[in-house]
Write a protein that binds this ligand. Structure first.
Ligand code: ZN
Ligand code: ZN
Length: 254
């Protein structure tokens, strides 16, 4: 009730007011409401990038109300090494009969689907590096770069696999803000080996090692209550002062 119970979704607003959204968990429903209030009928144009297609990262999409307005335009992105049209098929499959009454092809807004390869590409006025991370069925992390500032988004990653640990470090190097999987405590972690997540301690260690300026602990365990996350944050601050447990509505300016 304090940190918020919605699943993964963050908005990045660039210097020129371009809208980038990372993941479409249930948090995107509230983002949709906020965008409608802000734009007040003017067209909304946003870029929505997915880390992967586990349900907690896409299940808010059908309830993102700006999709139901013909004035709006959205581009969906996923960087996978798998088959073409993955992002379109994954989202359409979720909204197909009998899971949802509105088929994606009948949405009134205009949509584009972009499958990109790992590496660097441009979205609006922002340069993005995308690399795969260790997670069951795969996940990607994003390094978002604009005007000399860097945000790194590494949700859903389990530390301890060399190629993936290396990719996290590339994505996070010297970042102004490092948003990182910190689902478990170090005490809980051994019980969840192979589940694809990290402890807050691993998140902090990686952040310190690559010189990030701020760490947002992210992807809280759904079984942790506010007091558990308060404790994680206070333990983490003892090791690294500029750390915050992500909470619903949190805004960070870099
Ligand atoms: Zn996942
Ligand atoms: Zn997840």
């Amino acid at each position: 009730m304090g940190y918020g119970g919605n699943t993964s979704c963050i908005e990045v607003r660039t210097d020129s007011n371009q809208i980038l959204v990372f993941d479409g968990g249930t948090g995107i429903r509230l983002l949709g409401d906020a965008l409608e209030r802000e734009f007040a009928g003017a067209p909304i144009n946003a870029h929505i990038l997915f880390s992967h297609f586990h349900l907690d990262h896409i299940q808010g999409i059908p309830f993102f109300r700006p999709l139901y307005d013909a004035r709006n335009h959205f581009t969906f992105y996923f960087a996978g090494r798998r088959e073409a049209n993955l992002v379109m098929d994954a989202l359409r499959g979720m909204m197909a009969n009998p899971y949802f009454p509105v088929d994606m092809s009948h949405l009134p807004c205009s949509l584009d689907y972009v499958d990109v390869l790992e590496g660097t590409f441009d979205v609006a006025d922002t340069r993005i590096l995308v690399l795969p991370l260790n997670h069951p069925q795969g996940c990607v992390g994003y390094r978002i770069m604009q005007n000399g500032k860097v945000i790194s988004y590494c949700t859903d990653v389990e530390h301890g696999v060399a190629w993936s640990d290396k990719n996290i470090k590339r994505l996070a190097k010297d970042a102004d803000c490092f948003i990182v999987d910190a689902q478990y405590t170090p005490e809980e972690l051994p019980e969840y080996s192979g589940w694809g997540h990290s402890s807050w301690y691993q998140a902090i260690q990686t952040g310190i090692e690559v010189g990030v300026k701020c760490i947002a602990l992210y992807h809280h365990d759904p079984y942790h209550v506010d007091a558990d996350i308060d404790k994680i944050q206070s333990d983490a601050i003892k090791i690294y002062s500029n750390v915050i447990a992500a909470r619903e509505g949190l805004e960070i300016t870099v």
